[in-house]
Design a protein around this ligand. Structure first.
Ligand code: AKG
Ligand code: FE2
Length: 364
């Protein structure tokens, strides 16, 4: 039975007597994914942020190449070709920018590098990115206050480890662009393979009418030590018998718990596997865009759950191990990871479909 995705009404935040805390606890421990309504971010601001992403995406390859992905910080641009060297297909493009663009704190050198933004997009673009990140962070902060209470901690428990204005704040926004697919294509690998997020929580903005995001209930509930390895987001591939859709809902942000919060809560909160399937049947075949905000603890901040179930880990380890695990997938001559990541696509039923699938997955 596909699972029901809970909806949390964040306009109840000011009333701490409300059932918000209990609802958050239930959603974060049972499903790990929920819709958030009443979040207060205006639709126009969200539209502007999607449009800002499009302005970046429309820059030339040469311009975008100046902002190549930095695995330590999980920031920057990953072209379809670059991602193809990991995934084996050209169904996905990515860019991410944080509080300081692609700058910020360098944890290996322990120095603050200042800001670094795509200059060709001007000061206005930087300001738009900062404005929406601030609003996203305010929503994340409210959710984490509720989650802190749900975990029996004091309400402000996560404020200091996060601190939006700190030089060490590594939270970032991103855009996922999935190109339009051929109307004739009957079977394609997922646009984004199954994975868990590496962060504390993710706020995911989808566009009206978008479908394709799916979560794997069941996996997250099983006691799976692999789930709690740092850098898991690119290491453990879900084997899911069932995927539950999380389609766009008007006025709602999709929020999910990441590995960091699962770790910090000794596995009580669930970091749930998810993926984006390629269009099937009557699904829209056009370009799909999503805009996540990944909330991470400060780079030098070390954390561990109260029951010490998992060893201490820092914000830097969480991010850099995941980013570097992704890069390491490029050196996978036998394509083992690719096969695992894409083996359980919508079950092919004919020989031609199996063949089409093999071609799609191995095409470089
Ligand atoms: O595109 C989506 O809807 C999901 C994106 C996602 O899971 C991610 O960026 O981690
Ligand atoms: Fe994700």
């Amino acid at each position: 039975m596909p699972r029901q995705i809970p909806t949390i009404d964040l306009s109840k935040f000011d009333d701490l007597q409300s059932d918000l805390v209990l609802e958050l606890y239930k959603a974060a421990t049972e499903v790990g994914f929920f819709y958030v309504e009443g979040h207060g971010i205006k639709e126009a601001a969200i539209d502007r942020a999607f449009a800002a992403g499009q302005r970046f995406q429309l820059l030339s390859e040469a311009a975008k190449s100046q902002y190549k992905f930095l695995p330590d910080r999980y920031l920057g641009w990953r072209s379809q070709e670059d991602l193809c060297s990991v995934t084996g297909n050209k169904l996905w493009e990515w860019a991410s920018f944080g509080r300081y663009g692609m700058g910020g704190y360098d944890c290996r050198k322990q120095v603050f590098l200042g800001e670094s933004w795509p200059l060709e997009l001007g000061e206005g673009w930087r300001n738009e990115c900062l404005d929406i990140q601030k609003q996203m962070h305010a929503v994340a902060s409210k959710l984490l206050q509720g989650i802190a209470l749900a975990l029996g901690r004091e309400q402000q428990f996560f404020e200091e480890p996060l601190d939006f204005d700190s030089e060490e704040n590594p939270s970032f926004m991103a855009w996922n662009w999935y190109p339009a697919v051929d109307e004739q294509a009957s079977l394609l690998p997922p646009r984004l393979h199954g994975h868990a997020d590496m962060d504390l929580i993710t706020l995911l903005f989808q566009r009206a009418g978008d479908v394709g995001l799916e979560i794997a209930p069941g996996n997250e509930v099983e006691e799976n030590p692999e789930l709690h390895k740092v850098g898991n987001a690119w290491n453990t591939i879900p084997v899911a018998k069932e995927w539950t859709p999380v389609d766009a809902q008007p006025g709602c942000i999709v929020v999910n718990i990441g590995d960091g919060l699962a770790w910090w809560s000794d596995g009580i909160l669930k970091s749930t596997y998810h993926r984006v399937r390629s269009p099937v049947g009557s699904d829209p075949k056009g370009v799909r865009v999503s805009m996540p905000y990944f909330v991470n603890p400060k780079l030098n901040y070390q954390f561990q759950g109260p029951g010490k179930k998992f060893p201490p880990v820092s914000g830097f380890e969480l991010l850099s191990k995941t980013g570097n695990a992704y890069e390491a997938r490029k050196n996978d001559p036998e394509g083992k990871w690719k096969k695992q990541a894409y083996q359980q696509i919508q079950e092919p039923t004919t020989f031609q479909q199996v063949e089409a699938l093999d071609n799609a997955v191995t095409a470089n």
